[in-house]
Design a protein around this ligand. Sequence first.
Ligand SMILES: [Zn+2]
Length: 499
Amino acid sequence: MHISNVIIEFVKRVIQYNDQFEEMDHNYLCNQVLALLGEEDFSAVPEEISVLKADTLVLLDAMVDQAVVNQVVEDFQSTREILESRLMDFMSPAPSQVNHKFHELRQQSPERATDYFYELSRRNDYIKTRAIAQNIEFSTETQYGPLEITINLSKPEKNAKQILAESQAKSVKYPQCQLCMENEGYLGKVNYPARSTHRVIRVDLKGDAWGFQYSPYAYFPEHAIFLAEEHRPMSITKQTFANLLYLIEQFPHYFIGSNSDLPISGGSILSHDHYQGGHYDFPMAKAAINYHFPLKQWPSISAGIVNWPMSVIRLQSKEIEDLVEAADFIYEAWKAYSNDALSIRSYTEDGVRHHTLTPIARHNGEAYELDIVLRDNNTSDEFPDGIFHPHPEVQHIKQENIGLIEVMGLAILPPRLKTELAEVKAFLLNNDHQLEEKHLDWAEMIKETHDITEENVDDIIKAEVGHRFATILEHAGVFKHDEIGVEAFRAFVDGLTLK
Ligand SMILES: [Zn+2]
């Protein structure tokens, strides 16, 4: 028997990329890999793979296929991913090593440090580059400038065998949640993602311990997650504004924002305090201020309302402390603000708070910039899913919460839309179609307002999805863009300056 050339090439790359290993470790590593794949049969390795030129992920597939043939692992998504992650772990230095290297590079420049960690996270397949590449992405022009759309096809489909295995799996309280630090190097389970290659950079936020990692299913370049070392619930407080700005100091090329801390108006994980960031200018960051107002208490700050479908106040200053004080002042004012005519209600009779914020920090030239998005999570008989949430008439496109990423102008739309929009297209072209009832009004409106041809139909659908997304964001906005909404928003911000 001989060691397969796939394993030999893989081990060569492990030695090349992981400083912990040297040439002398070759036999040792081959045997470590072999231990994971089983030795019985190498026939699964296709002869035609040109291993020297193959992408490492192609080698990875070949090795996992071999393990399946050897009956070392079951052939479904989660078990394959656990083995993939264990194999790619050979390419990933230990967490302490990654941290040392990161902090060493940061002395030179923060960008070099994040470049190193991002490259590592892509190379070791922690960031699922192949799955992400399947997403459908486009951008469309709207009255608020361009909005971006992603139809999310990157989350793997589960087969029946896996669904059965998941249903039989015991629920174990370790790791406590997917954002806890204890995920670093965790093997994974049929109902829990493989984390052998997971590494967390330790970040000190003025004495509070945080971690920094990339998102495995990224929606934009260098999609980062910052997480509290302690498992504690999301909570928007004055400290949140300070933390976001301190992080921007440490990562000046990133934006960093937080989801709100209340259901309906926030993201999907409220149980663990975390932020998201990345090396990317979202459409909202490029939107202009259309109404300036003074904040006389803080002369260093320039403040205004942003031309955006949601209700956004932008603060700019070179002084972090001023921004923190002003943001907290606005937050307190918002928590106490009600306006019956606009269905905005800060507290219900039971004393439950309904107002919160989605804050986002970034650099703008020399200044720090803090965008404060006003959120209200009330429901009503008319809008049981949320008054400031996508309304029923747009839920055929999106019914999920409008979280941080959507707020900033990137729609993450569900995978079902890929096939459903193909039916919309067939309907518009008068071909055979299976258009679902929920899309009918919208599709008829499109048909009536455009001259549709084979050539322009795709662009028209994209543009109309973009308009729908603008409407979805308007629904999530607390002050509407009609006369009464604009006037009330201006009155709110004009009232923020002390007389
Ligand atoms: Zn946690």
